[in-house]
Ligand binder design. Structure first.
Ligand SMILES: [Ca+2]
Ligand SMILES: [Ca+2]
Length: 409
C-alpha cells in the first residue's frame, strides 16, 4: 500500500521550491547589480571631490585664470592689499583683504592674488586681528575675479589653513546686509554720548580700505546706481539719471563731486579724504563746477540745469531730497578725519566762505538739513555697499541720525 503511494505531490513540491529558488536568485542578482551601481556612483563622486580638493590652483595659475569661475587656490599670506599696487606687510590697518603668493617672501604685487574678506571671514583671517597669519599657507575657495583693479578672488566660500582640520563654513552673509547687525559694528560706541561717542566712532570708522581715485569711478557706479535702471547712476544735486558709461570731463557727462570740497583742507585726490566714497557722488560736470568749493547754506539764485538748487557768492543749497545726505556726508568727514594719518582735521563750523581752511559751514543749517531729510532707502543702500564692497566702513549718521545731536548739541 505504501509502495504505491503517489509521488507526484513531492515532485510538485520540489518544482515549486525550485521555481522559488530561481526567483530568489534573480531578485538577489538585481539587488547586487543595483548596489554595485550605487557604490560606483558614490565612489566616482568621492574621487571627483578628492580630485578637486587635492589639486588647488597655484597663485600664478589663479592670476592667469580671472574668469569668474570658483576655484580653490593655495598660497602664502604675504600682506594686506590697500590699493592696486600697495600691500602692507606690517602695521595692518584692517581685516578686509589679504594677499596670497606662491612664495612667503614675495613682495612683487603683480605676483599676488588679492583675496576679499567678506564679513564672516574677517575675525579669523584678517591681518589686523591676526597678524600671525603672515607667511602661513592657506587654501581659499571662491570666484576668481578682479579686486582693487588687480587679480583677485572675491566673496570666498571656504578658507582653511593647509594641513589643518577644515573649520566649519560660517553662515554665509548675503550682500548687502549690515543694517540689521550694525550694533556689532558700533559696539564700542553704543551707550556713549558727546565727545566719548565721537572718539569711539572715530576709532571705528577709521578702519577702512582706502581706494584710489580711479577706483572711485567703479565704486560710484555701484553705490549710486539708479534703482530703476541698473545701467545708470543718479546725479546727487540735479537728481538726473545718467548712463554709468557717460562719465568723464565733457559737457553733460558726470564726474566725481567732492561734497566736502577738496580745497577745504587741500587734500586733493590723493588716496585718502579725496578718494573717500562716503562723500563722493556723481554729478553733472557743469553743476559740479557751479557748486565749486562753496560752503552749504540756504538761499541764493537758481542754479542752471539743477532743479531746486540755489547759490550765491559764498554758499550752495541743494534740492530738498538730498539736504540730509549732504549734511551726513559732511559730519562723517568731520569724525573720520581728526588730524591723524597725515590728513587735516576736517571740521564743520558756522561760517560760509571758508575757502581753503579745513572747515565747511554752516553747521546749524546742516543739522537742520539732517533732521528734515532722514536717511532713505537709497542712502542706506549706499552706506551698505560702501561697507560691504568698497571701504569696509560706515557712515554712523546714516545708521544713527540721533548721534548728530549728541555730538553737536
Ligand atoms: Ca535724502
Ligand atoms: Ca575732524
Amino acid at each position: 500500500m505504501l509502495a504505491t503511494a503517489p509521488r507526484p505531490p513531492l515532485r510538485q513540491a520540489r518544482h515549486v521550491r525550485h521555481v522559488r529558488h530561481v526567483r530568489h536568485v534573480r531578485v538577489s542578482a538585481v539587488v547586487v547589480v543595483l548596489l554595485a551601481l550605487v557604490a560606483a556612483v558614490a565612489l566616482s563622486a568621492a574621487t571627483a571631490l578628492r580630485a578637486t580638493a587635492a589639486t588647488p590652483l597655484t597663485v600664478s595659475q589663479a592670476i592667469a585664470t580671472q574668469s569668474g569661475s570658483s576655484q580653490t587656490v593655495r598660497g602664502y599670506v604675504v600682506g594686506e592689499p590697500v590699493a592696486t599696487s600697495t600691500v602692507n606687510r606690517s602695521g595692518f590697518t584692517g581685516d578686509y583683504a589679504i594677499a596670497l603668493a606662491d612664495s612667503a617672501s614675495q613682495t612683487d604685487t603683480s605676483k599676488m592674488l588679492y583675496v576679499q574678506l567678506t564679513t564672516q571671514w574677517r575675525s579669523a583671517w584678517g591681518l589686523k586681528t591676526n597678524p600671525g597669519l603672515m607667511g602661513k599657507q592657506i587654501d581659499v575657495t571662491g570666484p576668481l575675479s578682479a579686486y582693487f583693479s588687480h587679480a583677485g578672488l572675491k566673496s570666498p566660500t571656504a578658507i582653511t589653513a593647509v594641513g589643518s582640520t577644515p573649520t566649519p563654513t560660517p553662515t554665509a552673509t548675503p550682500t548687502p546686509t549690515p543694517t540689521s547687525s550694525t550694533d556689532t559694528y558700533y559696539a564700542a560706541a553704543i551707550g556713549k554720548s558727546g565727545t566719548a561717542l565721537r572718539s569711539a566712532l572715530h576709532g571705528i570708522i577709521r578702519q577702512q580700505t582706502v581706494l584710489t581715485y580711479d577706483q572711485v569711478w567703479e565704486a560710484l557706479k555701484d553705490t549710486d546706481q539708479d534703482p530703476n535702471n541698473s545701467s545708470n547712476v543718479i546725479e546727487i544735486y540735479s537728481g538726473r539719471s545718467i548712463a554709468k558709461s557717460n562719465n568723464g570731463g565733457g559737457v553733460d557727462q558726470w564726474n566725481r563731486e567732492h561734497v566736502w570740497a577738496k580745497s577745504h583742507g587741500d587734500f586733493g585726490t590723493a588716496n585718502g579724504p579725496g578718494t573717500d566714497v562716503h562723500h563722493l557722488r556723481p554729478e553733472d560736470v557743469t553743476v559740479n563746477s557751479d557748486r565749486g568749493n562753496l560752503d552749504f547754506d540756504n538761499g541764493g539764485s537758481a542754479v542752471n540745469q539743477c532743479s531746486d538748487c540755489w547759490r550765491d557768492a559764498d554758499s550752495f543749497e541743494p534740492r530738498d531730497a538730498v539736504k540730509g545726505d549732504v549734511a551726513r556726508m559732511i559730519l562723517y568727514m568731520a569724525v573720520r578725519y581728526e588730524g591723524g594719518d597725515g590728513w587735516p582735521n576736517l571740521e564743520p563750523n558756522e561760517s560760509v566762505g571758508n575757502g581753503t581752511a579745513p572747515y565747511i559751514g554752516r553747521l546749524s543749517v546742516l543739522k537742520a538739513w539732517s533732521a528734515g531729510d532722514p536717511p532713505d532707502t537709497f542712502e542706506k543702500r549706499r552706506n551698505d555697499r560702501i561697507h560691504v564692497q568698497w571701504q569696509g566702513n560706515r557712515n554712523p549718521f546714516i545708521d544713527h541720525p540721533e548721534w548728530v545731536g549728541s555730538i553737536w548739541p
